[in-house]
Design a protein around this ligand. Structure first.
Ligand code: SF4
Length: 361
């Protein structure tokens, strides 16, 4: 897909570039106290295996920060320390090898604290993410929370770092309100060239979270805004990583090894066929047999599972290979839009696998 991405500077969180021409990255956050080091390491590894490219950890005390050193030895994905108010924790996190900080410079007190922090971050080239959300806007100073006050709050933190000569910055502006988040990011993007971390905050869980996050992230990415994303979802963070990765793949922003086209079925579908079950089996076959090879070869294939042969092959003409329901529990196998043979539905997944391995990969 061609889209015009907003030009941003590039910063580096360890090995991960954020902004500029770098791929839009997926990030997540652990939900275990960092003091539970073994469990934290296991969760970070799991998140990385699912596709997280940066993992954030809540670091609440200076004592907490020491665990970063131990964790860093066991994981390869870059880590971000989430710190509130206390710049000394940030200094410790830097000392122990953190790759990125999430801290708001306006909340850490005296200017000399910011200067000290910036000096330490600068020596190790550590980006600082300013994170403003609807709950953190100082309403006494700014009045009600709206896109403009969210941006004003973010700009104030940015200005504090810039006044110290620091531009190794990422910014996030989030709300649980979709339009507020979209509009605030639009305004901010028009003012600055810093990379933007996009997503909603407190986006709930399950279907509502998936829909709301997809709408906000999808809208902003389509407008060229966003350099790294997080889907904030209540529950196991593995879920949010899977969803974030799918948003980027389905939106065309990251490589997608295969696409499955499946029809919704209708009254023309043979009652002896379970198209949902067939589609799930096809997906499972593609994942286990072909996903790794497709990624290695950077090759994309499209596979169709359609309910009837009247419209199926036509509607899925652009698929590389596919099946369409016929009569009495049988399906038509088609390749590049051409019907090839009719077979029993129980043999369909195997026949698709054969066609893919013989002709396509
Ligand atoms: S492909 Fe056939 S079964 Fe599926 S929705 Fe279209 S007409 Fe109905």
């Amino acid at each position: 897909m061609n889209y015009s991405r907003r030009k941003t500077i590039t910063v580096h969180a360890g090995s991960l570039p954020i902004g500029g021409d770098a791929p839009i990255s997926v990030q997540s956050m652990t939900n275990i106290p960092i003091s539970q080091v073994k469990a934290t390491i296991e969760q970070i590894i799991q998140l990385q295996q699912e596709g997280a490219e940066l993992v954030r950890l809540a670091v609440r005390t200076e004592d907490d920060a020491q665990f970063i050193k131990e964790i860093k030895k066991e994981v390869s994905v870059p880590l971000c320390a989430d710190i509130h108010f206390n710049y000394r924790i940030a200094l410790k996190a830097i000392e122990y090898g953190i790759d990125k900080l999430r801290i708001n410079p306006g909340n850490i007190g005296a200017k000399e604290h910011v200067v000290t922090l910036v000096k330490a971050a600068s020596q190790k080239n550590i980006p600082i993410r300013i994170g403003v959300n609807s709950g953190s806007v100082d309403v006494k100073r700014y009045g009600q929370v709206n896109p403009h006050t969210l941006v004003a709050s973010a700009m104030e933190h940015v200005q504090i770092l810039e006044d110290c000569g620091y531009t190794n910055i990422v910014v996030s502006i989030k709300s649980s309100d979709l339009l507020q988040t979209i509009e605030a990011n639009r305004i901010f993007a028009s003012k600055c060239r810093y990379p933007i971390h996009i997503g909603l905050t407190e986006a709930s869980y399950g279907t509502d979270c998936i829909i709301a996050s997809s709408m906000v992230i999808g809208t902003l990415l389509y407008e060229g805004i966003g350099d790294t994303i997080r889907v904030s979802m209540t529950g196991n963070p593995v879920n949010e990583v899977q969803i974030a990765k799918r948003i980027l793949q389905i939106g065309g922003y990251r490589f997608r090894p295969f696409t499955i086209i499946a029809c919704p079925t209708c009254g023309r579908t043979d009652t002896k066929l379970d198209i949902l079950e067939l589609t799930q089996k096809v997906e499972s076959m593609l994942k286990s047999n072909f996903e790794k090879t497709l990624i290695e070869k950077q090759k994309h294939i499209t596979v169709a599972v359609m309910g009837c042969e009247v419209n199926g092959p036509g509607e899925a003409r652009h698929a590389d290979v596919g099946i369409a329901g016929a009569r009495d529990g049988r399906v038509v196998l088609f390749v590049n839009g051409e019907k090839k043979k009719i077979l029993d539905a129980t043999d369909a997944v195997g026949a698709l696998a054969d066609e893919i391995s013989q002709r396509i990969i």
